[in-house]
Ligand binder design. Structure first.
Ligand SMILES: [Zn+2]
Length: 295
């Protein structure tokens, strides 16, 4: 059995169509067709080999997949893999270990390429990555993942992926909500709306500032309480928060309907135990997205 690192990169619509994202493989779960033998380095793979799934556009080690078999396809061969361990940690901090920093596959280099690495190196990386997940991740869904795969097994792959991705977003938002609401008052940070039902449940939801799909974490600093309307509009990039001024900027074309929050300052709650609301790096990520789409 050999270890490989496969560098996937889905930046830009062309890449995304052609090479997809390692996340899709791990979200879908189960045995599934993957890359063709024509991809660089991929034809060396043997059944039983382990692939460390490296998504370079997010600098993320997504997980470990096992090579199950090869299927013939149009004069080439398609490798069939099974994701066996989702990980989901950033590679950059792992490189603070000088032994990891010297591994060729984790240095800048060709993407969409399989790099062979030694078993010793693989174990080093995996141990560091597992340690990092233990330190930061609430184990949302990890245990239910297999049950979910079974429950939606009859759906075509594409639809199953879409459903699982949606469930993941909902589950992670519900995991983040109580943490954020311990820090913030339970009302919309944009408009101040605060409705509570007869049982005392607040209407407001908690948005991920950095998308779950972009590896945004379930951390307090990445959560923002919003009413349903403003959450919907925030997720669609109709408004954003300036990362330093903390003012709300509504996209020009949406000002007719969302104009009442434009220019308002979000009041950040005081931190508890040194955990601050509104992490600057998440706001910056969202702000950059907002500007890219055109304000
Ligand atoms: Zn609101």
């Amino acid at each position: 059995m050999a270890y490989y690192v496969y560098k996937c990169n889905a930046r830009g619509p062309e890449y995304a169509r052609a090479s997809g994202d390692w996340c899709e493989v791990f979200d879908a779960g189960g045995i599934q067709p993957w890359g063709l033998s024509t991809l660089k380095g991929v034809d060396q793979l043997d059944v039983g080999d382990l692939l460390l799934a490296y998504q370079t556009d997010r600098n993320e080690l997504v997980g470990v997949a096992r090579v199950v078999r090869w299927d013939p396809e149009d004069g080439a061969r398609r490798v069939v893999v099974e994701p066996i361990e989702p990980i989901g940690v950033k590679v950059r901090p792992l490189r603070s270990d000088p032994r990891i920093a010297t591994i060729q596959a984790f240095k800048p280099g060709d993407i969409r390429t399989a790099y062979r690495i030694s078993a010793v190196d693989a174990r080093l990386v995996l141990d560091a990555a597992r340690q990092a997940t233990r330190e930061r991740r609430p184990a949302v869904l990890a245990t239910q993942h297999d049950e979910l795969i079974d429950a939606f097994a009859d759906l075509p792959t594409r639809e199953r992926r879409a459903v699982l991705r949606w469930i993941k977003v909902v589950a992670r938002a519900s995991a983040l909500r109580p943490k954020v609401l311990r820090l913030w008052p339970s009302r919309c940070a944009a408009c101040g709306l605060e409705i509570v039902d007869h049982d005392g449940n607040a209407e407001c939801e908690v948005a991920h500032i950095k998308d779950v799909h972009a590896a945004g974490l379930d951390l307090i600093g990445n959560g923002l309480p919003l009413c349903r309307t403003h959450h919907w509009a925030f997720d669609r990039g109709l408004w954003a928060i300036h990362p330093t001024k903390l003012t709300i900027e509504v996209a020009r074309r949406s000002r007719k309907h969302l104009g009442d929050i434009h220019g308002k300052v979000i009041v950040r709650p005081s931190s508890i135990k040194g955990i601050a609301a509104l992490g600057r790096e998440y706001l910056e990520w969202r702000w950059a997205q907002f500007q890219r789409r055109g304000r």
